[in-house]
Ligand binder design. Structure first.
Ligand SMILES: Cc1cc2nc3c(=O)[nH]c(=O)nc-3n(C[C@H](O)[C@H](O)[C@H](O)COP(=O)(O)O)c2cc1C
Length: 359
């Protein structure tokens, strides 16, 4: 029996296998007008192909809880009903393939308002659909980035409300799972880390103060997110800094807090908050961070980062390092990775009726 192809149940949602797709921005929505942030044919085809390929769970890309919360003007959004209606087409199709539809709810903070990566990804001004970013502290992400406006307490509370509104809309759009984006140096991660959070009020300084915003978002979302549906949190387990950063020890401590506040699974990534951090990238390089959370807390975890081979993925789950694996770029290359891995490992996987002759 393959561990990778066992079902996995959280609350009342059963995921058919442990091969999951992490959020990956497509930067392909209209930047302005009535279709701003609305998923279109590209998004449908992109997610549909991975569902038809047997992926157990698909987490739709970072989706802005507000226009200012987008990484680029071309990001998806979930702040209006037109967006909800368009997402329904995607969730319906995923469910028809047995794939569980999830969505990552995001605010980009000081890394908002940038161009599409294939056009260089530079910060954009108002003349190019851009806007003034906000952050816990007025500190630019890197050279060439604007100094963000420091959020007031009222501004923080408004964003907490935006996350809750987005979660309510995600339910209406047919998503079974929501993931709060607390990683990669975007707004929530900026608050967590002393590297980017220099505040002296109740949202900065001590561990309790730096985690306050994240937990307020979790509480607000959990309040509107149905009890029978799981809620994920994505974290950067370390800033990869020698000092003054968020650390793996902080992550283990925070995992227990997240569990107590109703988070059902931690999606364990790293980095993204400190532009100059040196990251030892290699096959499965982030798995030990997930494994540590799993070993030291009762919170389920998913591992991500350069997981590309069936045997490698199987071992991570079979050894109990993680409850599931997320494959990003490999699923961009091979939409039917889950089906190929099932064949290699002898696991059961969904195959669309239309493709039965390929089995
Ligand atoms: C094109 C692209 C877009 C991404 N967008 C997001 C995103 O929206 N949210 C997020 O948390 N991570 C994002 N990531 C990171 C991936 O979710 C994943 O963590 C990363 O690619 C490492 O996994 P991999 O080695 O399997 O690709 C993105 C990565 C890629 C390649």
């Amino acid at each position: 029996m393959s561990a990778l192809f066992e079902t996995y149940t959280l609350r009342d949602v059963t995921i058919p296998n442990r091969v999951w797709m992490p959020p990956m921005c497509q930067y392909s929505a209209a930047p302005e007008g009535p279709d701003a942030g609305v998923p279109d044919d590209w998004h449908f085809a992109h997610y549909a192909a991975r569902a038809a390929g047997g992926t157990g769970l698909i987490i739709v890309e970072a989706t802005g809880v507000s226009p200012e919360g987008r990484i680029s003007p071309y990001d998806l959004g979930i702040w209006n009903d037109t967006q909800v209606e368009a997402f329904r087409r995607i969730t319906r199709f995923l469910l028809s393939q047995g794939t569980v539809p999830a969505i990552q709810l995001a605010h980009a903070g000081r890394k908002a308002s940038t161009d599409q990566p294939w056009r260089g990804g530079a910060p954009l001004g108002a003349d190019a659909h851009g806007w003034q970013p906000v952050a816990p502290s007025p500190v630019a992400f890197a050279d060439g980035y604007p100094v963000p406006s420091e959020l007031t307490v009222a501004g923080i509370q408004e964003i907490v409300r935006r996350f809750a509104d987005a979660a309510r809309r995600a339910v209406a759009a047919g998503f079974e799972i929501a993931e709060i984006h607390g990683a990669h140096g975007y707004l929530i991660s900026e608050f967590l880390s002393p590297y980017s959070n220099h505040r002296t009020d109740e949202y900065g300084g001590s561990y309790e103060n730096r985690t306050r915003f994240a937990l307020q978002v979790v509480d607000a979302v959990r309040e509107v997110w149905p009890d029978d549906k799981p809620l994920f949190f994505r974290i950067s387990a370390t800033d990869w800094l020698e000092e003054d950063g968020w650390t793996a020890d902080d992550t283990v401590r925070f995992a227990a807090d997240l569990r107590a506040h109703g988070i059902d699974l931690l999606d364990v990534s790293t980095g993204g908050n400190a532009a100059g951090a040196r990251i030892p990238v290699g096959p499965g390089y982030q798995v030990p961070f997930a494994a540590r959370v799993k070993a030291e807390t009762s919170l389920p975890v998913a591992a991500v980062g350069l997981i590309t081979e069936a045997e490698q993925a199987e071992k991570i789950v079979a050894n109990g390092e993680a409850d599931a694996v997320l494959l990003g770029r490999e699923l961009l290359r091979r939409p039917s990775w889950a089906r190929e891995a099932a064949r290699e490992l002898g696991g059961d996987v969904h195959v669309p009726d239309q493709y039965h002759r390929s089995v």
